[in-house]
Design a protein around this ligand. Sequence first.
Ligand code: CUA
Length: 334
Amino acid sequence: MSSLLLLASAETPDLSMFDPVSPSAKSIRDLSILVMIITGLIFLVVEAVLCYCLLRFRRSTPGGNEPPQIYGSQPIEIAWSVAPALIVFMLVLITTRTLWEVNTDLPKPRADDRALFVTVVGHQWWWEYIYESHDGRKLGFTTSNELHIPVGDDTARPVYLTLKSSDVCHSFWVPRLAGKTDLIPGRTNHTWFQTARPGLYLGQCAEYCGCQHANMLIRVVAEPIEDFERWLDHQQQPAVVEADLHVAQGAFLSQSCINCHRVRGTTAAGTFGPDLTHLMSRQTLASGMIPNTPENLRAWLVNPQNIKAGCLMPAFGLNKHDLDQIVDYLLVLR
Ligand code: CUA
């Protein structure tokens, strides 16, 4: 719990949509502020007229009679119909312009466009990232929960996401990078962003998708191109096995873990759960819920339901020996 609080307190500011670092997030922030100013002014005018009337006409007429009642005034009725219509029309125009800026068709990957293409698959309750191509180079590896992207400080490096769902509706939302985009079963959506600022950007599934919706967290690591390329090269490698861990690896491969999880370079080829090939290169477990430490990894294996109640990984009732071996093995999957 304390580590959870630590994660939250250190990183909460990153969720603010008022501190955008990507063009589409900036457009959304600007539109939000403009709408707040316009609606705020309307609020002030209405409240001012209301307060004036309350004060100015607060006394009842002598004898308790009603004051003279006035019905119908064409100029006033025209004014309060035309003015709101004009305001709404203006808001429609501005919103349409923002939608235009935010939406983009998915371009075809080209060798010269410096773009990163990733397919995002939403699962109950984690994110699968399939790296399709970068700089026109085909990639084709899978990772989960932590999305790494390059920053483009010298030139634009857009990130194009293709969004799909494997079960129910989810929504991909990293407020500082882009607006929400839904992941809908049977439908493919797209979004994009780019940033020149390295850092960790947090996000959250923004469409109720079941009991652990609130813990379907997103982490986007934006890093300089050299670091990103290094990460990319490393992620494409299959898992390495150290000679003295063959027994531990055997313990892992003999369990039902491999029905759901993949470790590239081994017989573990499941695709239902997160790819574990480079598990220890991730900062967190359980889709951003807890730091990825040996203790947390062990606690997760003992009973995932204690940490993320309702998640689709059951407790396997491993004996201590198997547990030790599997943890030892997973810890080398860097
Ligand atoms: Cu996925 Cu809410």
